[in-house]
Every structure is written in C-alpha cells, then in structure tokens.
Design a protein around this ligand. Structure first.
Ligand SMILES: O=[N+]([O-])c1ccc(OS(=O)(=O)O)cc1
Length: 454
C-alpha cells in the first residue's frame, strides 16, 4: 500500500526506483535507500528553498517537499546566491563554476581546484553575465567564493608551485584572490607565505614539508567576517572585511587581516582538550577538530550571531593525524570565538541515535536559520536536515541527484558539498513552492526516530 504522506521520496540506486512505502530514515549507506523528503514538521521547520550542488554536476533549487523548482546546468563548488542588490535588481542569480580545464597541469586531485577553468555569474535562465578564468589562465576556484560589498569577487584559487623545503616537487598552494569586475586582481594572499603564523610546532611543520600529499593545507573556507559585535566592542581582529579561513588538512581555522595580510586569530591546530566528545556539558573548551568545513561567523540578526558555526567532520587530518575514538562521528559546533568555548553542539546523540549515525568524512556544511534551527548537510551521503536547538530533526531530505564527481570515476555519488536555505523571495516572482507534512510511520519494519524516543 502506498502511503500518501511521503512526498517526492523514492527508493533508488543503480536504476532501481520505487516509491517509498511509509517513511524511512536514511542514516547509513544501504545499497537501496530513500531519496527525497523523508520527514517534515512544517510548524517547526524553517521554510524556504534549499540550494545545493548535486552529484550529477548540476546546481539544484528545491522546495520543502523536495520538488526541484529550478536547475542550473553548471557545477558549483559551492553555488553562491546573489541578492537582487548584488545582481542589478534581478532575482535568482548565482556564482557557479563554468568550465573545466581540458588538460589540468600539476598535482590535480578531487576537489583541489586545479581542474576548474572558469567561474561565472549566471542568471535564472543560465545565461552568463560575467566570467573569470580561461584554459590558459584558469580560475582554479575551489571550495568557496563570495561577492563582496564593493562588487568584487573573492575566491579560493589553487596554484601548483614548487615551495622551497618541501619534499614534493610541486605542491598545491592556496591563494585567496579578490577579482574586480574587469577581471583584474585587486588583492592576493598566498597561504604558503603565512605558514609560520598558523600555529604549527616545529615537528608539525617538518611533517608538512615532508608530506607526500601535495594538497598539504587544503583550504576549504574563505569568507568575510561581516558585521559582528566583537568588532563593535572594539576588537579590531574581527573587522568585518577580515577573512575567516579554514585549512581542512591542518585542523586550523584563522582570521586574515585584510590590511596587513597577517593571521590575527586562530582556532587550532592544537586543542586544549584532545579527542572530540559528544558531551553536552556546556560551555566547555573546543576539543579536537578534524577536517572541518564551512567555518563562519553566524550573521548579525540570527540566533547565535557572532558565534562560529563549524561542521566538524572528524574526517582524517592533521600533522600527525589527529587521534579519534574507536568510531568516527561528525559534529556541528557553535563556538564563542573570544573564549573559544563550545556553546552549542549537535551530534546524532541529540536526536536519540548513536553518534556514528551522523558522519561525513569530507565536504558538508551548517547554516543557522532565523528561527534558531540549523540546516545541516551531511555531505558524503547527500543527506540534508534541519534540527531544532534541542536536536529534534524537523525536516530531512536525501539528494536523488547521482552522478560521477570526476569524469573518470567508475562510480556515482549523491554527495552534496554545501547546502543553503534561501527565502522564497530570492527566486523570481511566480516560482512555485510546496510544503506538506511528512510523518514517518512507526511500524516494526520502519524504525524511525520518533518511534524509539521515550
Ligand atoms: O572528491 N571530491 O569531490 C572532493 C574531495 C575533497 C574535497 O574537499 S573537502 O575539503 O570539501 O573535503 C572536496 C571534494
């Protein structure tokens, strides 16, 4: 019997497709599992569209029912939605990637940027209004970019370089580049020139230089801090145009001062408390981050404004690799950047599940929403979900968009690099949106969260 309350949820993999019978919860990776919306409490979930890059190399906009309301035939890493103010009054414009390098040079690898030729600003129809980067002078954009208040574009750009003292003949350096609308470079910051400010011990620096991983830092976040109370209270390190940067492979996040280029604040690479814990005793000092993503200050006006939101993957990273417990679990942490204490966290434990049931070793993101909920992208399995401050899951969706993340791959993935909730008025007028409750059934065959909660 088909259950009408499950909307746009399909079982599918490898060509097998069937409508879900009842609700089901996707935690791990069975060979057949539900996609689409599996759970939705419209009263408790913050409502809007969700924008994300699919495993199929398209960029998707879905509504709360999981309907795809729009698609751009571009990769994005990540998609950057522009406001009408940033886009000449138009709704629905994005920054995306717009071309691959035909024959990438240097130590290119998954996600390190050397395969990206160009980025573009595209409108709702997909027409390009601005591009930067060519086959001969690739943008090599990866992991992050943004449109700045002055109209310039900020991006992370990979550069294959020989660095003195490094064992590998060529490594992937990470440049932060600010590009003017005319394509000229207004500002450039080279990560390799600031290694001595990243807090590495002498032993760690030796390991970094001896590493055979050319992508030794793997920067994956660069974002302006934006207006915040720390700067308003007189702390110049938090100047709104300073940049929050995260080095995934080195377990350190830091602030770059835009005037001097110096690193003026950092979290990691060494932590007062080692080994990540799920403890809900708060506040407490930040314990070991491993391979984190999407490190950013919660914008003014949102609950927790000024605190850092961090998707702490607990992947595999560090020099030497950071210690993990017997199993890995991811966490989303809210951290006061002045005290470096955890003030809120989410692990699966908060949803009444084993901590390891929420895990993504790489990619992934978190976004604080206006009602205090947090949208989480458990990236490697393409699972997007909203949690309340207490950890109740009030919306959950598994991406049905499978594809090869690299042309040569023999396998497909529905992984989602980053997800962002957008208010309905971001899209052009008349764009539809639907929102219905999805209540998983409590049957012996379908063990879902609320059936097992006390
Ligand atoms: O395989 N990828 O597509 C891939 C790998 C690593 C990666 O970097 S990370 O910092 O986002 O984990 C991004 C994409």
């Amino acid at each position: 019997m088909l259950q009408g309350h499950v909307r746009n949820a399909w079982l599918g993999l490898g060509g097998v497709t069937a409508l879900i019978v009842g609700g089901a919860q996707a935690f791990a990776m069975p060979s057949v599992f539900p996609t689409g919306v599996t759970l939705h409490d419209p009263e408790a979930a913050y409502q809007g569209y969700v924008l994300f890059p699919g495993g199929d190399q398209n960029t998707h906009l879905i509504d709360m029912d999981g309907n795809e309301v729009h698609r751009w035939a571009y990769r994005s890493f990540p998609p950057v939605p522009l406001t009408p103010e940033q886009a000449g009054g138009e709704r629905g414009r994005l920054l995306v990637q717009s071309g691959r390098v035909d024959t990438p040079k240097g130590p290119s690898g998954p996600g390190n940027g050397l395969t990206n030729a160009s980025i573009a600003e595209v409108d709702w129809s997909g027409a390009r209004h601005w591009t930067w980067g060519t086959q001969n002078a690739p943008a090599a954009q990866h992991h992050d970019m943004s449109r700045l208040p002055n109209g310039n574009t900020l991006l992370l750009s990979a550069k294959a370089r020989h660095l003195p003292g490094f064992a590998a003949p060529e490594v992937v350096d990470n440049d932060i580049v600010e590009v003017r609308p005319d394509g000229s470079v207004a500002w450039r910051w080279k990560a390799s020139e600031h290694l001595d400010q990243m807090g590495f011990s002498r032993a760690a620096l030796s390991r970094i230089k001896a590493s055979d991983d050319p992508d030794f830092l793997h920067l994956n976040t660069v974002t302006p801090l934006g207006p915040n109370q720390w700067f308003d209270d007189g702390d110049a390190r938090f100047a709104p145009d300073n940049l929050m940067v995260n080095a995934r492979n080195a377990n350190v996040a830091f602030i770059v001062d835009r005037k001097t280029g110096d690193i003026v604040w950092r979290l990691g690479p060494d932590f007062e408390q080692t080994r990540a814990s799920t403890s809900r005793t708060l506040p407490r000092p930040v314990d070991q981050l491993i391979g984190a993503h999407d490190v950013h200050l919660i914008p003014k006006g949102l609950p927790g404004a000024g605190n850092l939101l961090i998707f702490d993957n607990q992947g595999n990273a560090g020099f030497p690799p950071a210690d993990q417990s017997i199993f890995s679990f991811s966490r989303v942490l809210e951290v006061n950047p002045r005290t470096k204490e955890i003030v809120w966290l989410y692990t699966a434990d908060q949803s009444g599940r084993e901590a390891w049931s929420f895990y993504s070793a790489f990619i992934s993101s978190a976004q604080r929403l206006p009602n205090g909920n947090t949208l989480i992208d458990e990236g490697q399995d393409g699972r997007l979900f909203q949690v309340t401050p207490k950890g109740r899951i009030v919306w959950e969706y598994v991406s049905p968009f499978f594809g090869k993340s690299e042309p040569g791959n023999t396998y497909v993935t529905n992984g989602v690099y980053r997800a962002e909730l957008l208010d309905y008025d971001w899209a052009p007028k008349g764009t539809p949106h639907a929102s219905h409750a999805v209540t998983p059934q409590c049957t012996p065959k379908q063990q879902v969260l609320d059936c097992t909660r006390p």
